[in-house]
Write a protein that binds this ligand. Structure first.
Ligand code: JFZ
Length: 400
């Protein structure tokens, strides 16, 4: 097939071989943390659940209809005045993640509500205006880095309450002016994050689906270049930008945009071939949906440790990283069920880590017993592990 002329296509090779990317490839297991103002309501308000089926708890600001409290959006936007997590201990989080076996973590610097957990110069809607005041992003980056866990920053481009934000492509001169201001603000914040936290390994972008951003391909193309120039080795997923034809994740020639495929969210590929040799991560919630703290898990199917181990092994057997989400509450404590799962995963990882870290896909027919992974193929030490998705069992080692 003929190659299409794409000016704003991919900027990086399909398979980066620099040390930063090789390290990414070996992580196996990661932790996601969604924390922000939504942690205070925990998907309910004054005894009324906003669940509406299984709507995502971090989207509670969009609560509408008969059950929504009066003036809800205003109430939500003022929650920062109550953000004072008295039990927050970044070192305790990092220790737990380490014990669980996470090699990297992704932390929400700013979700769709626009509230920044770091003292950004570019918006007043940030942590310094809360009673807590201190730089939460710094606490997290420092604590995890000290545990040897690589940190990636989640960043939502879209902001629900920013007057300069538009969802549609700007049309009038006034709209263009406003949106350009927003783009500059986004760039400033990203550069600021790289200045403040030079230890970070990458960004996990989100909220990039609106037409305003899609049509800003010239800006986003150059921004990607600038971010990479400022921070050599930076890792960016495929959810950051699109080409001039509006193609997201993959450009119009099917080339991956960014360094790894970022579309595996609460779902896993069935076939290795679907991945087309690209790097990837899978991000997973324990409840069906909902990334931020959800006080009440009753009536929802929540994944068991065995479910998650099965998903972890399926992921690493296909060369992906499995990233498990945690949503701490408004005081900074994990959900009690998350604590249990972290411990159980960690216990399993202590025995079976060899089948998870630095492993690669094995070209063998699938087995119902579990998943194959291999290591050290290049050294002629060819090991195949069969993980069994029952916690009491360990993987079987087959040497060849
Ligand atoms: C986004 C957010 O809206 C959500 O709150 C959470 O942060 C999650 C990790 O990311 O949700 C998405 C984004 C993309 C898809 C699905 C949910 N998608 O591409 O299928």
């Amino acid at each position: 097939t003929e190659k299409k002329e794409v000016k704003y296509g991919t900027l990086t090779p399909k398979h980066r071989t620099d040390p930063a990317m090789e390290k990414f490839r070996d992580y196996g297991l990661g932790q996601f943390i969604h924390w922000g103002l939504y942690a205070i309501p925990g998907n309910e308000w004054e005894g009324v659940s906003a669940r509406k089926g299984a709507a995502a708890s971090e989207w509670i600001r969009t609560w509408s209809g008969e059950t929504a409290p009066k003036g809800w959006k205003k109430t939500y936007d003022n929650l920062y005045k109550k953000f004072d997590p008295k039990d927050f201990d970044a070192n305790a989080w990092a220790k737990q993640a380490k014990d669980m076996g996470a090699k990297y973590m992704i932390f929400t610097t700013k979700q769709h509500d626009g509230f920044a957990l770091w003292p950004t110069k570019y918006s007043d809607y940030n942590i310094t205006k809360s009673p807590y005041k201190k730089d939460i992003v710094k606490e997290v980056v420092d604590a995890y880095t000290a545990q040897g866990i690589d940190v990636y920053l989640y960043f939502s481009v879209l902001e629900w309450n920013n007057p300069d934000y538009l969802t549609k492509e700007p049309q009038t001169e006034e709209e263009k002016k406003k949106y350009n201001k927003f783009l500059q603000y986004t760039k400033n914040q990203l550069m600021e994050l790289l200045d403040l936290y030079p230890e970070i390994k990458g960004f996990w972008f989100d909220g990039t689906w609106d037409q305003s951003w899609v049509k800003a391909y010239d800006f986003t193309y150059n921004l990607e270049k600038e971010l990479r120039a400022k921070h050599p080795g930076l890792i960016i997923g495929s959810r950051f930008r699109n080409d001039e034809f509006g193609k997201r994740h993959f450009d119009s020639n099917g080339e991956i945009l960014g360094d790894y495929e970022q579309g595996w969210e609460r779902k896993l590929p069935q076939e290795y071939e679907w991945l087309d040799g690209n790097d990837w991560d899978a991000v997973m919630t324990i409840p069906p949906n909902g990334w931020g703290y959800m006080k009440d898990w009753s009536g929802l199917y929540t994944k068991t440790t065995d479910d998650l181990l099965d998903m972890l092994m399926q992921t690493v057997s296909m060369n992906g990283n499995f990233v498990l989400n945690f949503g701490p509450d408004g005081n900074g404590l994990m959900h009690p069920e998350e604590d249990i799962i972290a411990k159980e995963l960690g216990d399993w990882m202590k025995v079976n880590a060899e089948a998870v870290y630095g492993v690669r896909h094995v070209d063998l027919p699938k087995t119902k017993l579990g998943y194959y992974t291999q290591k050290d193929k290049n050294l002629g030490l060819y090991h195949i592990y069969i993980s069994v998705n029952i916690r009491s069992n360990q993987f079987l080692r087959v040497c060849g």
